[in-house]
Design a protein around this ligand. Structure first.
Ligand code: HEC
Ligand code: HEC
Length: 276
C-alpha cells in the first residue's frame, strides 16, 4: 500500500517537471522578419485567394472562426507585416506558413482585407466592461490565466482575442468538448493535439477519476482533474483507461449564462490581445 503511494508520488513528480516544460514552450512571437516591398494589390484577386486559403480558419467574411477576426488588421499592423504573416505564418501558433502564396498573392490578399469594414463585427457587439464582470463571477479564472492571474488548467486567455473569432468563442463556451483547441505549431509541433482530451481511469475497486492527461508512458499515466489535482496511476493497477472524445473538463455555460451575458463575455474576450 505504502509502496504504491510512493510510486504514485514519484510518477507525479516526474510529470510536474514535464508540465512546466510544456507550459514554458507555449510562447508566441510573430517573426520580426524584414519588411517585404509590396506591389499594389488587387482586391478581387485577393478575395479569391482568401476563399481558397483562409476561410476555413478566418471565416468567409474574415470576421474570424478558429482564427481571429482580420477586419482592421492591415490598418493596425501595416501591410508589410500582414504580408509577412501570410507567407511565413506565426511560428508557435495555429497560423500556418504558405509555400504556395507568392509575394504578389499576399499583397492581393492584404488589399482585399483593407477593403473590408474595419469597424467591430456584430458578434462582438456585447459590452466588454460588463463581460469582464461576467468573467469574474462565472469562475473562469479558476482554470484560465489572463495577464499572469488565474489558474492553468485550461489554456491562457491573455491573447484569445487575437487567436479566435467571436463565433468560435461562443461555440467553445456552449459546447467546450466539441472543438478542443489545436496545439500551437500544428500537428507536428509539441503539445500534441490531444492536449486537452479527457481521460477516465477506473481503478480495480471501482473508483473513477476523470481528467486531462498531463503525462503518460507505457506503464503509467497522470491525470489532472477539474480542481487541478494530479492523480498518478500505474496502468497495470487500473481496471479501465478510456479516452472521452467530445468531453471537456471545462463546463458548458449554455444554461448558466443568459445570451446577453454570453455576448458581453465574448466582447470582453475579444478585447484580450496580449502585448503586441
Ligand atoms: C489552419 C488555420 C489557419 C489558416 C488556414 C490561416 N490562418 Fe491566419 N491565423 C490563424 C490563427 C489561429 C491565428 C492566430 C495566431 C496567434 O496569434 O495565436 C491567425 C492569425 C492571422 C493573422 C494575424 C492577426 C493579428 O491580429 O495578429 C493574420 C493577418 C492572418 N492570420 C491571416 C491569414 C490569411 C490571409 C490566411 C490565408 C492566406 C490565413 N491567415 C490562413 C489560423 C489560420
Ligand atoms: C474547470 C476548468 C475550466 C473552467 C471553470 C473554465 N474553463 Fe475554459 N477551458 C478549460 C479547458 C481545459 C479548456 C481547453 C479544452 C476545451 O476547449 O474544452 C478550455 C477552453 C476555453 C476556451 C478556448 C481556448 C482556445 O484556445 O480556443 C475559451 C475561450 C475558454 N475556455 C473560456 C472560458 C471562460 C470565459 C470561462 C468562464 C465563463 C471558462 N473558460 C471556464 C477549462 C475551464
Amino acid at each position: 500500500m505504502v509502496r504504491v503511494k510512493h510510486h504514485r508520488i514519484a510518477i507525479i513528480l516526474v510529470f510536474i517537471a514535464t508540465l512546466s516544460v510544456v507550459h514554458s514552450t507555449r510562447a508566441q512571437a510573430p517573426p520580426a522578419g524584414p519588411a517585404v516591398k509590396l506591389s499594389p494589390g488587387d482586391p478581387e484577386a485577393g478575395k479569391a485567394l482568401f476563399q481558397q486559403n483562409c476561410v476555413n480558419c478566418h471565416g468567409l467574411d474574415a470576421t474570424g472562426e478558429e482564427g481571429p477576426n482580420l477586419h482592421g488588421v492591415p490598418q493596425a499592423l501595416g501591410d508589410a507585416a500582414v504580408s509577412n504573416i501570410i507567407r511565413r505564418g506565426i511560428p508557435g501558433t495555429g497560423m500556418p506558413s504558405s509555400y504556395i502564396l507568392t509575394e504578389q498573392d499576399a499583397a492581393n490578399i492584404v488589399a482585399w482585407l483593407r477593403s473590408l469594414d474595419s469597424a467591430p463585427q456584430p458578434a462582438a457587439l456585447g459590452d466588454a466592461k460588463k463581460g469582464e464582470a461576467v468573467y469574474a463571477s462565472a469562475g473562469c479564472a479558476a482554470c484560465h490565466m489572463i495577464d499572469g492571474t488565474g489558474g492553468d488548467i485550461g489554456p491562457e486567455l491573455s491573447r484569445i482575442g487575437s487567436e479566435r473569432g467571436a463565433a468560435n468563442l461562443k461555440a467553445r463556451l456552449i459546447d467546450p468538448g466539441a472543438n478542443l483547441p489545436k496545439p500551437a505549431g500544428g500537428f507536428t509541433g509539441g503539445g500534441g493535439f490531444t492536449e486537452y482530451l479527457m481521460f477516465r481511469a477506473v481503478e480495480k475497486d471501482g473508483h473513477v477519476t476523470e481528467g486531462i492527461r498531463v503525462g503518460e508512458d507505457s506503464f503509467s499515466i497522470v491525470l489532472r482533474d477539474a480542481q487541478g489535482n494530479l492523480h498518478g496511476f500505474s496502468k497495470p493497477d487500473l481496471a479501465k483507461l478510456e479516452k472521452e472524445p467530445g468531453k471537456s473538463i471545462m463546463p458548458s455555460f449554455k444554461d448558466t449564462l443568459s445570451s446577453a451575458q454570453m455576448d458581453d463575455l465574448i466582447a470582453y474576450l475579444s478585447t484580450l490581445k496580449g502585448a503586441k
